[in-house]
Design a protein around this ligand. Structure first.
Ligand SMILES: NC(=O)c1ccc[n+]([C@@H]2O[C@H](COP(=O)([O-])OP(=O)(O)OC[C@H]3O[C@@H](n4cnc5c(N)ncnc54)[C@H](OP(=O)(O)O)[C@@H]3O)[C@@H](O)[C@H]2O)c1
Length: 314
């Protein structure tokens, strides 16, 4: 099937009757409260309807406030939004899952979630400390709970109708497989780092085969320079097609069948990052041929966030 040229209104159907996720998502991993509120409002104004949150970002209240005010001001219905948040590592014990979910909902000022994700497959010591460390500074993991135990509690939330879909984040194909096989409610979404330097093709193929939405974070390489935004292939294509390097990278992600999350922090960037349309086939193929390989965020190997400063966990 030919992709539509304009990706602004593209939505991807979730399995298990989980609704439709807008392909272009706004991520709320923003360190300060005032910027979170302003950038979330501006994203809504620019046209974003998909918002990605997490209890670990410690700003669900600001996002919730911005969404409330924005919805009222722009006459947007809750049903038009797609809101995700994530269960943090210190809440993996099944008896903690529902309380963590309810606390996130309350902070976000919502009465249901479109998607709830297990933030990482690593269980940390259970409790309110998000970054539990021993005296030598090493993370304290919780060996007493398996990922499947946590998944069963997530399935319970879907059964109760409190969230429409569930999924996993920062997960490798190897770790995803046993959960997928054992799941009663199959994962609807997998959220992982992905960009031309980390295409995760094998995981993407698995997701396509099983009807799981592959949701890419850091599609701009987390804005790091030097990096993807200055890649010579990407820059040359941007010049040729009259788009910015960011627009080229975001178009590539949608064109290969993924949804994505980006974090513009100004009105101009919100508009730029939302104005995404298909690339010519030859440009798409050129990006697929980029050979550089680089993972920017090591969270998938440790459960410790790579883009959140340690101080934020205090
Ligand atoms: N599951 C996980 O563990 C996980 C991990 C990381 C992220 N995420 C989610 O994914 C979201 C997106 O990740 P990300 O922030 O790494 O995405 P990203 O969009 O690849 O990177 C954001 C960075 O790109 C810059 N940028 C944004 N738009 C730009 C443009 N048009 N031109 C030039 N630079 C631009 C921003 O710079 P300025 O700061 O200067 O605006 C920012 O530093 C997060 O907010 C979060 O929701 C999830």
């Amino acid at each position: 099937m030919t992709e539509p040229a304009d990706f602004r209104s593209k939505r991807i159907a979730l399995n298990h009757g989980g609704g439709r996720m807008p392909a272009l998502g706004f991520g709320t991993l923003i360190p300060d409260a005032a910027t979170t509120t302003r950038a979330t409002r501006e994203a809504l104004e620019a046209g974003y309807r998909h918002f990605d949150c997490a209890e670990r970002y410690q700003n669900e209240r600001e996002v919730g406030e911005a969404l409330q005010v924005g919805l009222a001001a722009e006459g947007i219905a809750r049903e038009d939004l797609f809101v995700t948040t994530k269960l943090w590592n210190s809440n993996h014990r099944p008896e903690r899952v529902e309380a963590a979910f309810e606390a996130s909902l309350e902070r976000l000022r919502l009465d249901y979630l479109d998607l709830y994700l297990i933030h990482t497959p690593f269980a940390f010591q259970a409790g309110d400390e998000q970054d539990p460390r021993d005296q030598s500074g090493k993370v304290i993991y919780d060996e007493g709970v398996t990922l499947l135990d946590t998944w069963r509690a997530m399935e319970g939330l879907v059964d109760q109708g409190r969230c429409r879909a569930i999924g996993l984040s920062d997960i490798s194909l190897e770790r995803l497989l046993p959960v997928y096989e054992a799941a009663r409610v199959k994962p609807a979404v997998v959220q992982v780092e992905s960009h031309p330097y980390l295409p995760e093709t094998e995981l993407l193929e698995f997701c396509k085969e099983k009807g799981i939405v592959f949701l890419a974070f850091a599609p701009l390489g987390h804005g790091m320079r030097p990096g993807l935004l200055e890649d010579p292939v990407v820059s040359a294509i941007a010049e040729r097609v009259g788009r910015t390097p960011a627009q080229v990278l975001l178009a590539w992600a949608v064109q290969r069948g993924t949804a994505l999350l980006t974090t513009p922090k100004t009105t101009d960037r919100a508009r730029e990052n939302f104005d995404i349309s298909a690339l010519p086939e030859d440009a798409f193929d050129e990006i697929n041929r980029i050979q550089t390989r680089q993972r920017l965020n090591n969270v998938v190997n440790t459960g410790t966030p790579g883009f959140i400063p340690r101080a934020a966990s205090a």
